[in-house]
Design a protein around this ligand. Sequence first.
Ligand SMILES: Nc1ncnc2c1ncn2[C@@H]1O[C@H](COP(=O)(O)OP(=O)(O)OP(=O)(O)O)[C@@H](O)[C@H]1O
Ligand SMILES: [Mg+2]
Length: 499
Amino acid sequence: MEAIVKDFPNVRAVDGGRFDLRAGEVHALIGENGAGKSTMMKTLYGLYAPEEGRIVVRGRSFEALTPAEAIALGIGMVHQEFMLVRELTVLENIILGFEPRKSGGRIDFAEAEARVRRFVDDYGLHVQLHKKVNAISVGEAQRVEIIKALYRGAEILILDEPTAVLTPQEASRLFEILKTLTASGKSVVFITHKLREVMALSDRVTVMRQGRHVATVDVSATSIPELARLMVGRDVFLGVDRSGHGSVGDVALSVEDVFVPGDKELSKLRGVSFELRRGEILGLAGIDGNGQSELVEAIAGLRPVERGRIRLGGREIQNRRPLEVRAAGLAHIPEDRNFRGLNRAMSIEENLAGMAFRRAPLSRGPLLVAGALRRFARRLIETFDIRPARPEAATAHLSGGNAQKVVVAREVDEEAQVLLAAQPTRGVDVGSIENIRRELIRARDRGAAILLVSADLEEILSLSDRIAVMYEGQITGLLDAEGADEESLGLLMTGGALP
Ligand SMILES: Nc1ncnc2c1ncn2[C@@H]1O[C@H](COP(=O)(O)OP(=O)(O)OP(=O)(O)O)[C@@H](O)[C@H]1O
Ligand SMILES: [Mg+2]
């Protein structure tokens, strides 16, 4: 891809973008939120026609590709936000639009299944072909997307932040699959914010900043600090400063012997108890699907509690409606920004004010205060570095990481007694991770009680004061963060006990 320019209203998303891909390589594409990574690759996949530049695939030159041309050229893409049809089965999703037919025109499901099984076997892409997509895990849905691309003949596979939604275990499984794919000559474009993954998995890496090509380097000739500097344009402090931790106060949230129905058998909560105090961050670690999501939803009033008590600031809140729970002093960064975090039909400003508009200074009685909303939005946009920095911009067009920042900003700014932070830095670039983590520590130091749920053990270890480990719907360990390490947590997370 040479000298690519792609404009959207009010923004030049790609401005002289350059990218080349060799057969059999994993090529990482990195850059800050909004740098133009997704746009660049959507151009290669034929979803956008660039204003300028050209795309050369195996010697054939194009000004723009259509999706059909891209597929015919062997280009496949797995998007940042999955695009499967939830009501169809895995097999139906894979063959959708490319169904083998019997003479007479009916879909030949036996033939389809045989073809799909070859990819399952050749690349170790284990999936349950006859399950509906709404009944499978995120990791499995991603494998379905990969098989779908391969089924359509992909030789070039673009993965847009594939590990953002995966547990570390699922991610290593994905890496094995990618190795098998490249060993057979296929090429992989790998968009990620996790520099450790870039170093571990890729051959080369391209860095974009503000739509421009910054550098393409061999991974063997670079380092994490150098990549971070290339992305952000300054040195990035990759740790968190936790000094100044004040004293831990009263119990803000107590969960007593709580039983909650689960999405799966393993994720039913079976007698969960813990206390969360003001001025502390309690990290909740665990392999995804062991009840963490159910626990957060039960506290937030989004899932029924069958037995047990949840108290917030002394008031019982189990089985109350979400708004009542919020009124009692809860803020919630949900794990899925699109499903529960944002109203994508509204602007950045409207989303930021989603709770705050109900009270001063944004409103007085039933009336909104002129100008206050704009000032409020500008302040949060600046603190959390939301781009574009225009309050009236639509959230529907935000890059993934910037959408996440809107949700985090709104919830942290609530200054609630209790903050449930589920995957707060999912999809966010290194500079903004630094920012969000600092704001969480600040909230804690102000006296907030924070329950941090993260699939990222490094995040749990660097932010938490205490760590609880969930396994099969129960808390199997509760330890001081001081002295905890990835190994001991890993052991607890897989059902083992500490020696
Ligand atoms: N469909 C669209 N309409 C308008 N603007 C868009 C559209 N898609 C992207 N943009 C804008 O283009 C810029 C680049 O966005 P893009 O999604 O490519 O970023 P990204 O590098 O993938 O970021 P992230 O890491 O957050 O996913 C951003 O400013 C974004 O707001
Ligand atoms: Mg993106």
